[in-house]
Design a protein around this ligand. Structure first.
Ligand SMILES: Nc1nc2c(ncn2[C@@H]2O[C@H](COP(=O)(O)OP(=O)(O)O)[C@@H](O)[C@H]2O)c(=O)[nH]1
Ligand SMILES: [Mg+2]
Length: 312
């Protein structure tokens, strides 16, 4: 496919068109993803998550600029309906981001959280594969840290940055219960605001208390809007990526993600078989009536359907 050749050669427009095709046309999607598979697995994938307004986009912008200054190619997938990349935020941010988007080595794709058939996380992962094949050195996925779907998305990353802000107070307790354990690096952004030290102390204490950790995640204070602390943060990102490589954890993580994905694909196909088999000739309806009249029980009905499927 010519579009794929152009994408592999680094053409940004080809990249964008492939992502759109994969999002909107399931059959084409599979063809494209089969063909690009050999070129994937090379990018470093960073997940940036945290509450809305924590400064994730501002931080992404600053980190990306550091990478770009080193000559790296960076792809950004922003999963956030209010992301400045999509033009949903304040004008200043929008202009600044356009700046970045025009850079030949930066590709930005924003995805809203609605209207993605078959689940947003599938589409994010597919876009990720395309950017990976296109030769982006780093791919950053920005998501709001709420909901299972966002957690699923960010888990595809090699390194997960958990962005927090001063004055979260009790929120730290509630975050802790849920998604705190997926953070590889904790970023206290808006360190120019009152309470940053206290928040950092609280996060540090919490991390000290957490057991089952073969690596204690670092806590980094930054002020993204003033470009402060970004070098330290970048070093921590690199440190973590090196750790992942040397410890074999990177392969482990990627294998786990791959396993989940394959099982999901199989489940999707099996579900189609179940739906078509139970939909035929109102068989399910008559079986349900028999369950109600105690002629059969639910397990007998299950086994009969399974038997029919196996014999097909
Ligand atoms: N005071 C302060 N404000 C910041 C900092 N970083 C970002 N902001 C502001 O916080 C607001 C939300 O930022 P944004 O990057 O859109 O947050 P996101 O929703 O997490 O992506 C914007 O008005 C930013 O200018 C910071 O370090 N200090
Ligand atoms: Mg944002």
């Amino acid at each position: 496919m010519e579009l794929i050749q152009r994408m592999l050669a680094g053409d940004k427009r080809a990249c964008a068109r492939l992502i759109t095709t994969v999002e909107s046309n399931p059959e084409e999607a599979e063809k494209i993803l089969r063909e690009i598979h050999p070129y994937t697995g090379r990018a470093n994938i960073l997940g940036i998550t945290g509450p809305p307004g924590a400064g994730k986009s501002t931080l992404t912008d600053k980190i990306v600029k550091k990478f770009v200054d080193e000559g790296k190619k960076v792809g950004i997938i922003a999963v956030d309906p209010t992301s400045p990349y999509s033009g949903g935020s304040i004008l200043g941010d929008r202009i600044r981001m356009q700046d970045l988007a025009l850079h030949p080595n930066v590709f930005i794709r924003s995805m809203g959280t609605r209207g993605y058939l078959g689940g947003l996380s599938k589409h994010t992962k597919n876009a990720l594969k395309i950017l990976d094949a296109a030769g982006y050195d780093y791919i950053i996925i920005e998501t709001v840290g709420v909901g299972q779907s966002e957690v699923d998305i960010v888990k595809t990353a090699d390194s997960i940055l958990m962005v927090m802000v001063p004055g979260l107070g009790d929120d730290i307790q509630s975050i802790k219960a849920g998604i705190m354990e997926i953070g590889d690096i904790f970023v206290i952004n808006k360190s120019d605001l009152f309470g940053a030290d206290r928040t950092a102390t609280e996060v540090n204490m919490m991390l000290d208390l957490s057991s089952n950790m073969d690596r204690r995640p670092p806590v980094v204070k930054v002020t993204a809007s003033k470009n402060e602390g970004i070098d330290t943060l970048k070093s921590e990102i690199i440190n973590h990526l090196v750790y992942l490589n040397e410890s074999g954890k990177l392969n482990e993580r990627r294998k786990n993600n791959m396993r989940t994905e394959v099982v999901e694909l199989i489940e999707t196909e099996l579900r189609k078989i179940v739906i078509s088999s139970t939909a035929s000739e109102n068989k399910l309806e008559s079986e349900i009536s028999k369950i109600i009249t105690k002629e059969k029980n639910i397990y007998e009905v299950r086994d009969e359907f399974l038997k029919a499927i196996r014999e097909e």
